[in-house]
Design a binder for this molecule. Sequence first.
Ligand code: DX5
Ligand code: ZN
Length: 216
Amino acid sequence: MKIAPSILSSDYVNMERDIHVVEEAGADVIHVDIMDGHFVPNLSFGPGIVSALRPITNLPLDVHLMVTDPDMWIEPFAKAGADTIMAHVEATPHIHRTLQLMKASGVKAGIVVNPGTSLSTIDELLPNVDQVLVMTVNPGFGGQKFLPEMADKVRRLSDMRKARGLQFDIEVDGGISDQTIESCLTAGADIFVAGSYVFSKGEPAAQIAKLRAFEH
Ligand code: DX5
Ligand code: ZN
């Protein structure tokens, strides 16, 4: 079980402090949400955030691209120091090429499916990915309500992985809390993104410990 705090909900004027707090609390990954105002109705950060964070933490930086033209951003984010880049399958008609660009840039390659997107859209890609992110809210904002029916989607993806002997990680993102994490964990998810639950609902270290308590 890996916990990936999303800096979208961190204190932007104290981000270095917040990163160190979650690092010391045992976070496994830092999740970086990139929004372009087109693919999702919100704006967040550019590659500069990854350049700024790279020297202050040893944790992997996972970049979640919520942008309409993911291909043009892969190299800039890879050069900035991203470890994993994830692109939405809905964001481009050429997601296979997007994955090739990720591999060529030397980062781990991830794909993302929105709540309304069928797993059939990523079936052909599964042997080529390191990570699949199942959105458990519609992307664009932190602090939204978890969609409980997504746990079944995680279970079906986990079954596909097992049936085909594949090794990719399954990540969930959106509304993850002590109320919702267990359904995703038992369904087969490996990486748990949490934004508002970690940074806005209490002391981040205590919040991470509460999520970790579900590990079995
Ligand atoms: C949503 C983002 C999430 C967001 C999650 O569009 O992809 O990573 O930060 O925030 P919470 O955990 O508050 O739902
Ligand atoms: Zn995200």
